[in-house]
Design a protein around this ligand. Structure first.
Ligand SMILES: NC(=O)c1ccc[n+]([C@@H]2O[C@H](COP(=O)([O-])OP(=O)(O)OC[C@H]3O[C@@H](n4cnc5c(N)ncnc54)[C@H](OP(=O)(O)O)[C@@H]3O)[C@@H](O)[C@H]2O)c1
Length: 309
Protein backbone atom coordinates (compact mmCIF):
# COMPACT_ATOMS: atom_id res chain seq x y z
CA UNK A 1 0.00 0.00 0.00
CA UNK A 2 1.19 3.50 -0.88
CA UNK A 3 0.93 6.14 1.83
CA UNK A 4 0.68 9.75 0.64
CA UNK A 5 1.32 12.79 2.83
CA UNK A 6 -0.21 16.05 1.55
CA UNK A 7 -3.29 14.19 0.32
CA UNK A 8 -5.43 17.32 -0.20
CA UNK A 9 -3.00 19.11 -2.50
CA UNK A 10 -3.05 19.07 -6.30
CA UNK A 11 -0.70 16.11 -6.55
CA UNK A 12 -2.20 14.33 -3.52
CA UNK A 13 -5.69 14.41 -5.01
CA UNK A 14 -4.51 13.28 -8.43
CA UNK A 15 -2.59 10.43 -6.81
CA UNK A 16 -5.78 9.22 -5.14
CA UNK A 17 -7.66 9.46 -8.43
CA UNK A 18 -4.93 7.71 -10.47
CA UNK A 19 -4.57 4.93 -7.88
CA UNK A 20 -8.29 4.23 -7.87
CA UNK A 21 -8.34 4.09 -11.69
CA UNK A 22 -5.44 1.63 -11.66
CA UNK A 23 -6.84 -0.29 -8.66
CA UNK A 24 -3.65 0.42 -6.71
CA UNK A 25 -3.98 0.46 -2.91
CA UNK A 26 -3.26 4.00 -1.70
CA UNK A 27 -4.07 5.90 1.46
CA UNK A 28 -3.77 9.69 1.44
CA UNK A 29 -3.49 11.78 4.60
CA UNK A 30 -4.33 15.49 4.52
CA UNK A 31 -2.43 18.20 6.39
CA UNK A 32 -5.13 18.10 9.09
CA UNK A 33 -4.67 14.36 9.48
CA UNK A 34 -0.87 14.41 9.61
CA UNK A 35 1.50 17.35 9.84
CA UNK A 36 4.71 16.04 8.29
CA UNK A 37 6.84 18.12 10.65
CA UNK A 38 5.27 16.27 13.60
CA UNK A 39 7.40 13.17 14.09
CA UNK A 40 4.83 11.48 16.37
CA UNK A 41 2.07 11.95 13.75
CA UNK A 42 4.27 10.57 10.96
CA UNK A 43 5.43 7.61 13.07
CA UNK A 44 1.83 6.83 14.08
CA UNK A 45 0.69 6.90 10.43
CA UNK A 46 3.44 4.49 9.40
CA UNK A 47 2.71 2.17 12.31
CA UNK A 48 -1.03 2.16 11.67
CA UNK A 49 -1.06 1.90 7.88
CA UNK A 50 2.10 -0.17 7.31
CA UNK A 51 2.78 1.16 3.80
CA UNK A 52 5.21 -0.43 1.35
CA UNK A 53 6.08 2.96 -0.17
CA UNK A 54 5.67 6.51 1.15
CA UNK A 55 5.07 9.52 -1.12
CA UNK A 56 5.64 13.00 0.22
CA UNK A 57 3.33 15.25 -1.79
CA UNK A 58 3.08 17.76 1.07
CA UNK A 59 4.82 21.10 0.79
CA UNK A 60 4.47 24.78 1.56
CA UNK A 61 3.99 25.99 -2.02
CA UNK A 62 3.06 29.67 -1.59
CA UNK A 63 6.20 31.07 -3.20
CA UNK A 64 5.65 34.75 -2.36
CA UNK A 65 4.22 34.21 1.14
CA UNK A 66 7.19 31.97 1.97
CA UNK A 67 9.35 35.11 1.95
CA UNK A 68 7.60 36.22 5.16
CA UNK A 69 6.30 32.89 6.54
CA UNK A 70 9.78 31.40 6.63
CA UNK A 71 9.15 29.11 9.60
CA UNK A 72 5.98 27.67 8.06
CA UNK A 73 7.84 27.10 4.78
CA UNK A 74 10.64 25.35 6.69
CA UNK A 75 8.12 23.06 8.44
CA UNK A 76 6.56 21.97 5.15
CA UNK A 77 9.61 21.88 2.92
CA UNK A 78 12.60 21.13 5.12
CA UNK A 79 11.65 19.71 8.55
CA UNK A 80 8.75 17.63 7.18
CA UNK A 81 10.83 15.75 4.57
CA UNK A 82 13.51 15.20 7.22
CA UNK A 83 10.93 13.71 9.62
CA UNK A 84 9.48 11.43 6.92
CA UNK A 85 12.96 10.32 5.80
CA UNK A 86 13.89 9.43 9.42
CA UNK A 87 10.68 7.45 9.89
CA UNK A 88 10.98 5.64 6.54
CA UNK A 89 14.67 4.87 7.08
CA UNK A 90 13.84 3.46 10.53
CA UNK A 91 11.06 1.28 9.13
CA UNK A 92 12.91 0.29 5.93
CA UNK A 93 10.28 1.81 3.64
CA UNK A 94 11.25 3.42 0.30
CA UNK A 95 10.31 7.08 -0.01
CA UNK A 96 9.37 9.27 -2.97
CA UNK A 97 9.86 12.95 -2.32
CA UNK A 98 8.60 15.62 -4.71
CA UNK A 99 10.70 18.73 -5.24
CA UNK A 100 10.91 21.71 -7.53
CA UNK A 101 12.57 23.46 -10.47
CA UNK A 102 12.91 26.47 -8.15
CA UNK A 103 16.01 24.92 -6.54
CA UNK A 104 17.84 26.39 -9.58
CA UNK A 105 18.77 30.03 -10.07
CA UNK A 106 17.60 30.18 -13.70
CA UNK A 107 20.84 31.44 -15.23
CA UNK A 108 21.61 28.30 -17.28
CA UNK A 109 20.93 28.86 -21.00
CA UNK A 110 19.58 25.31 -21.55
CA UNK A 111 17.46 22.77 -19.66
CA UNK A 112 18.63 21.81 -16.17
CA UNK A 113 20.04 18.33 -15.57
CA UNK A 114 19.94 16.51 -12.25
CA UNK A 115 23.70 17.01 -11.88
CA UNK A 116 23.51 20.82 -12.21
CA UNK A 117 24.36 22.84 -9.12
CA UNK A 118 21.44 23.87 -6.98
CA UNK A 119 21.35 27.62 -6.24
CA UNK A 120 17.89 28.75 -5.06
CA UNK A 121 17.02 32.44 -5.19
CA UNK A 122 13.99 32.53 -2.89
CA UNK A 123 12.86 31.10 0.46
CA UNK A 124 10.63 28.47 -1.14
CA UNK A 125 13.54 27.18 -3.27
CA UNK A 126 15.99 27.30 -0.36
CA UNK A 127 13.68 25.33 1.94
CA UNK A 128 12.91 22.79 -0.83
CA UNK A 129 16.65 22.36 -1.52
CA UNK A 130 17.24 21.80 2.22
CA UNK A 131 14.45 19.19 2.22
CA UNK A 132 16.11 17.35 -0.67
CA UNK A 133 19.43 17.38 1.20
CA UNK A 134 17.80 15.93 4.31
CA UNK A 135 16.18 13.09 2.34
CA UNK A 136 19.49 12.24 0.60
CA UNK A 137 21.44 12.37 3.86
CA UNK A 138 19.02 10.29 5.95
CA UNK A 139 17.45 7.69 3.69
CA UNK A 140 19.31 5.87 0.91
CA UNK A 141 16.20 4.21 -0.49
CA UNK A 142 14.59 7.35 -1.95
CA UNK A 143 13.58 8.94 -5.21
CA UNK A 144 13.53 12.73 -5.36
CA UNK A 145 11.37 13.90 -8.23
CA UNK A 146 11.76 17.55 -9.23
CA UNK A 147 8.84 18.94 -11.18
CA UNK A 148 7.64 22.35 -12.37
CA UNK A 149 4.71 24.75 -12.88
CA UNK A 150 2.08 22.29 -11.59
CA UNK A 151 -1.63 22.81 -12.31
CA UNK A 152 -4.76 20.70 -11.94
CA UNK A 153 -8.54 20.89 -11.65
CA UNK A 154 -8.04 21.12 -7.86
CA UNK A 155 -6.65 23.76 -5.53
CA UNK A 156 -5.02 27.04 -6.49
CA UNK A 157 -2.88 27.29 -9.57
CA UNK A 158 -1.96 29.58 -12.46
CA UNK A 159 -4.37 27.91 -14.91
CA UNK A 160 -7.37 28.51 -12.65
CA UNK A 161 -6.26 32.08 -11.91
CA UNK A 162 -6.05 32.84 -15.64
CA UNK A 163 -9.51 31.34 -16.27
CA UNK A 164 -10.93 33.55 -13.51
CA UNK A 165 -9.28 36.67 -14.94
CA UNK A 166 -10.26 35.81 -18.53
CA UNK A 167 -13.91 35.62 -17.47
CA UNK A 168 -13.96 39.21 -16.25
CA UNK A 169 -11.16 41.21 -17.88
CA UNK A 170 -10.52 42.33 -21.45
CA UNK A 171 -6.77 42.54 -21.02
CA UNK A 172 -4.27 40.39 -19.08
CA UNK A 173 -0.62 41.36 -18.59
CA UNK A 174 1.53 38.28 -18.07
CA UNK A 175 5.26 37.77 -17.52
CA UNK A 176 6.95 36.72 -20.76
CA UNK A 177 10.60 36.37 -19.71
CA UNK A 178 10.44 33.37 -17.35
CA UNK A 179 10.67 29.98 -19.03
CA UNK A 180 9.38 26.63 -17.80
CA UNK A 181 7.15 23.64 -18.52
CA UNK A 182 3.54 23.66 -17.27
CA UNK A 183 3.01 20.19 -15.82
CA UNK A 184 -0.31 18.51 -15.20
CA UNK A 185 -0.67 17.09 -11.67
CA UNK A 186 -2.52 14.11 -13.15
CA UNK A 187 0.42 13.22 -15.39
CA UNK A 188 2.80 13.79 -12.48
CA UNK A 189 0.68 11.40 -10.40
CA UNK A 190 1.00 8.73 -13.12
CA UNK A 191 4.76 9.23 -13.08
CA UNK A 192 4.86 8.90 -9.27
CA UNK A 193 2.84 5.66 -9.36
CA UNK A 194 5.27 4.26 -11.95
CA UNK A 195 8.20 5.20 -9.73
CA UNK A 196 6.51 3.63 -6.69
CA UNK A 197 6.12 0.27 -8.35
CA UNK A 198 9.59 0.34 -9.95
CA UNK A 199 11.32 1.40 -6.72
CA UNK A 200 9.79 -1.48 -4.80
CA UNK A 201 11.45 -3.96 -7.12
CA UNK A 202 14.70 -2.22 -7.95
CA UNK A 203 16.64 -0.34 -5.29
CA UNK A 204 19.25 0.77 -7.83
CA UNK A 205 16.69 3.27 -9.15
CA UNK A 206 17.14 5.41 -6.04
CA UNK A 207 18.30 8.96 -6.80
CA UNK A 208 17.22 12.38 -8.05
CA UNK A 209 15.21 12.82 -11.26
CA UNK A 210 13.45 15.52 -13.24
CA UNK A 211 9.88 15.05 -14.42
CA UNK A 212 7.94 17.82 -16.18
CA UNK A 213 5.87 18.12 -19.34
CA UNK A 214 7.77 18.12 -22.63
CA UNK A 215 8.54 21.38 -24.39
CA UNK A 216 8.62 24.75 -22.69
CA UNK A 217 7.00 28.16 -22.73
CA UNK A 218 6.70 31.33 -20.67
CA UNK A 219 3.93 32.32 -18.26
CA UNK A 220 2.66 34.48 -21.13
CA UNK A 221 2.66 31.49 -23.51
CA UNK A 222 0.93 29.38 -20.86
CA UNK A 223 -1.76 32.05 -20.29
CA UNK A 224 -2.27 32.60 -24.05
CA UNK A 225 -2.90 28.89 -24.56
CA UNK A 226 -5.44 28.77 -21.68
CA UNK A 227 -7.29 31.82 -23.02
CA UNK A 228 -7.31 30.45 -26.57
CA UNK A 229 -8.75 27.07 -25.53
CA UNK A 230 -11.29 28.63 -23.13
CA UNK A 231 -12.44 31.09 -25.81
CA UNK A 232 -13.60 28.19 -28.01
CA UNK A 233 -16.20 27.41 -25.32
CA UNK A 234 -16.94 30.81 -23.78
CA UNK A 235 -16.47 33.10 -26.77
CA UNK A 236 -14.51 35.47 -24.53
CA UNK A 237 -11.11 36.33 -25.96
CA UNK A 238 -9.24 38.88 -23.81
CA UNK A 239 -5.92 40.21 -25.03
CA UNK A 240 -2.88 38.61 -23.36
CA UNK A 241 -0.12 41.20 -23.28
CA UNK A 242 3.52 40.24 -22.58
CA UNK A 243 5.03 41.78 -19.47
CA UNK A 244 8.62 41.91 -18.22
CA UNK A 245 9.51 40.47 -14.80
CA UNK A 246 11.10 43.84 -14.01
CA UNK A 247 7.69 45.52 -14.45
CA UNK A 248 5.81 43.08 -12.22
CA UNK A 249 6.91 43.26 -8.59
CA UNK A 250 6.56 40.06 -6.52
CA UNK A 251 7.84 39.32 -3.02
CA UNK A 252 9.91 36.36 -4.22
CA UNK A 253 12.41 36.39 -7.07
CA UNK A 254 11.83 33.64 -9.62
CA UNK A 255 14.30 31.89 -11.95
CA UNK A 256 14.24 33.19 -15.55
CA UNK A 257 14.74 29.65 -16.81
CA UNK A 258 13.64 26.56 -14.95
CA UNK A 259 13.17 24.14 -17.84
CA UNK A 260 14.04 20.61 -16.67
CA UNK A 261 15.84 18.02 -18.76
CA UNK A 262 13.84 14.82 -18.12
CA UNK A 263 15.88 12.35 -20.21
CA UNK A 264 17.22 10.46 -17.20
CA UNK A 265 13.70 9.83 -15.89
CA UNK A 266 12.51 8.60 -19.30
CA UNK A 267 15.56 6.35 -19.64
CA UNK A 268 15.23 4.77 -16.20
CA UNK A 269 11.46 4.60 -15.76
CA UNK A 270 10.31 4.31 -19.39
CA UNK A 271 7.60 6.93 -18.90
CA UNK A 272 7.48 9.70 -21.49
CA UNK A 273 5.96 13.07 -20.52
CA UNK A 274 3.54 14.56 -23.07
CA UNK A 275 3.92 18.02 -24.58
CA UNK A 276 2.76 20.72 -22.13
CA UNK A 277 -0.09 21.84 -24.42
CA UNK A 278 -1.81 18.42 -24.20
CA UNK A 279 -2.48 18.63 -20.46
CA UNK A 280 -3.19 22.38 -20.50
CA UNK A 281 -5.81 21.96 -23.24
CA UNK A 282 -7.48 19.03 -21.47
CA UNK A 283 -7.63 20.67 -18.03
CA UNK A 284 -8.81 24.00 -19.48
CA UNK A 285 -11.61 22.28 -21.40
CA UNK A 286 -12.74 20.33 -18.30
CA UNK A 287 -12.81 23.42 -16.09
CA UNK A 288 -14.47 25.71 -18.62
CA UNK A 289 -17.09 23.15 -19.62
CA UNK A 290 -18.01 22.35 -16.02
CA UNK A 291 -18.28 26.05 -15.19
CA UNK A 292 -20.48 26.62 -18.29
CA UNK A 293 -22.68 23.67 -17.31
CA UNK A 294 -23.02 24.98 -13.76
CA UNK A 295 -24.02 28.41 -15.16
CA UNK A 296 -26.60 26.87 -17.52
CA UNK A 297 -28.11 24.86 -14.64
CA UNK A 298 -28.25 27.95 -12.42
CA UNK A 299 -29.92 29.99 -15.20
CA UNK A 300 -32.45 27.17 -15.77
CA UNK A 301 -33.34 26.86 -12.10
CA UNK A 302 -33.71 30.66 -11.81
CA UNK A 303 -36.04 30.57 -14.82
CA UNK A 304 -38.08 27.75 -13.20
CA UNK A 305 -38.31 29.74 -10.00
CA UNK A 306 -39.59 32.76 -11.93
CA UNK A 307 -42.28 30.63 -13.61
CA UNK A 308 -43.39 29.19 -10.27
CA UNK A 309 -43.65 32.67 -8.79
N1 LIG B 1 2.54 23.83 -7.47
C1 LIG B 1 3.59 23.99 -8.25
O1 LIG B 1 3.58 24.79 -9.20
C2 LIG B 1 4.83 23.16 -8.05
C3 LIG B 1 5.95 23.40 -8.88
C4 LIG B 1 7.10 22.63 -8.68
C5 LIG B 1 7.12 21.66 -7.70
N2 LIG B 1 6.03 21.48 -6.90
C6 LIG B 1 6.11 20.48 -5.85
O2 LIG B 1 5.16 19.48 -6.12
C7 LIG B 1 4.68 18.93 -4.89
C8 LIG B 1 3.16 18.94 -4.89
O3 LIG B 1 2.73 20.28 -5.01
P1 LIG B 1 1.20 20.68 -5.17
O4 LIG B 1 1.11 21.62 -6.30
O5 LIG B 1 0.35 19.46 -5.12
O6 LIG B 1 1.05 21.53 -3.83
P2 LIG B 1 -0.29 22.00 -3.09
O7 LIG B 1 -1.47 21.86 -3.99
O8 LIG B 1 0.03 23.30 -2.47
O9 LIG B 1 -0.44 20.88 -1.96
C9 LIG B 1 0.47 20.78 -0.91
C10 LIG B 1 -0.27 20.16 0.26
O10 LIG B 1 0.66 20.03 1.33
C11 LIG B 1 -0.01 20.39 2.51
N3 LIG B 1 0.95 20.80 3.54
C12 LIG B 1 1.63 21.95 3.67
N4 LIG B 1 2.40 21.93 4.77
C13 LIG B 1 2.21 20.72 5.35
C14 LIG B 1 2.70 20.09 6.50
N5 LIG B 1 3.57 20.71 7.33
N6 LIG B 1 2.27 18.83 6.79
C15 LIG B 1 1.38 18.20 5.99
N7 LIG B 1 0.87 18.74 4.87
C16 LIG B 1 1.29 19.99 4.56
C17 LIG B 1 -0.96 21.50 2.12
O11 LIG B 1 -2.00 21.58 3.05
P3 LIG B 1 -2.60 23.04 3.46
O12 LIG B 1 -3.00 23.69 2.18
O13 LIG B 1 -3.73 22.67 4.35
O14 LIG B 1 -1.48 23.74 4.16
C18 LIG B 1 -1.45 21.00 0.75
O15 LIG B 1 -2.60 20.20 0.88
C19 LIG B 1 5.33 19.77 -3.77
O16 LIG B 1 6.46 19.11 -3.32
C20 LIG B 1 5.75 21.04 -4.49
O17 LIG B 1 6.86 21.65 -3.85
C21 LIG B 1 4.88 22.20 -7.06
Amino acid sequence: MILVFGGNGQLGRELSRAASTRAVALHALSHAEADIADSAAVAAALARLKPTVVVNAAAYTKVDLAEINVEEARRGNEIGPEVIAEACAGAGIPMIHVSTDYVFDGTKPGAYRESDAVRPINVYGRTKAAGEDAVRRIHKHHVILRTAWVYSEFGHNFLKTILGLAATRDELRIVADQHGSPTSASELAEAVLNVASALLHDRTLAGTYHFAAAGSTTWHGFASRIVEVAARVTGRNPQVIPNATADYATAARRPANSVLDCRLFVERFGFLPRHWTVGVDATTRILVTSSQNAKTQKDASQKDATHVA
